[in-house]
Ligand binder design. Sequence first.
Ligand SMILES: [Ca+2]
Length: 297
Amino acid sequence: PGLPSAELCERFRPGLADTAKKNFGGGNTAWEEKTLSKYESSEIRLVEIIENLCDSSNFECNNMVEEHEEHIEKWWFKLKKKYPDLFQWFCIETIEVCCPAGTYGPDCLACHGGSERPCHGNGHCDGDGTRGGDGSCSCNKEYTGDFCLDCSNGYFSTLRNETHSVCTACHTACKTCTGSSNKDCQDCKEGWIKNEESVCVACDASCIGCTGEGSDKCKTCASGYMKEDEKCTDVDECNLPEKVCVKENQDCVNTSGSYKCVCSDGFEENDGTCVQTWCEGEYGEDIHFSVMRNCLA
Ligand SMILES: [Ca+2]
């Protein structure tokens, strides 16, 4: 048989707790207390506990319980006073498939960073609580290193001692940094550039990547811009030989990096076409679209 999964060791304990309050509405009558104390040590509850130890779909767990049912019965009738924690007695000490939290592997050794706070609270210890794994840490994204005490790129240290480390996100302009503002960048992130004051500032909107501030320092031009006199300049889509706004009663409006198609004056968008908004009323007044049917009739 292979090693049990971490899931098995985690599921076992909550399953056990479930039966404790089952079948009782939370009232406090003498009858209920008497019944409860009977139930607490009854074979009915033992059966319920065994049934609840595993999810019905968890083959591995159900297999394990079935295989060792006589251990659980022995514990229930003889040992539960001395060893109140079934998980510890059964899973850890008797059938030796799990380990105490914060330990891993065949001998339940302490995880990297110690069993109290594996990975210094900044990651997950491989095999934690099971007889498998190697105790190494997979750190949360902010942290790196064997013990999850160092900061990842894009994070800087706000607290660091032997046992604790807190890393905080750099400013969005920084790739690496020593503090929280865009003045504290060591390197700028892609799309940002250091100015004369060593502050990472955004490349011009017309650039994809840049060597400095301004539209003349682009590495390449962003879409909607083209190189003209060494600068990335907005393309005026409305003046292209081929019309870009082709619907009836539609005008083209150039924007920086793009363009918009809008309905001409006196028209408004309705189901994707531009319809007339106003008409001359009987009495010489402008009438809104909502009454246009009347004025067309
Ligand atoms: Ca444009």
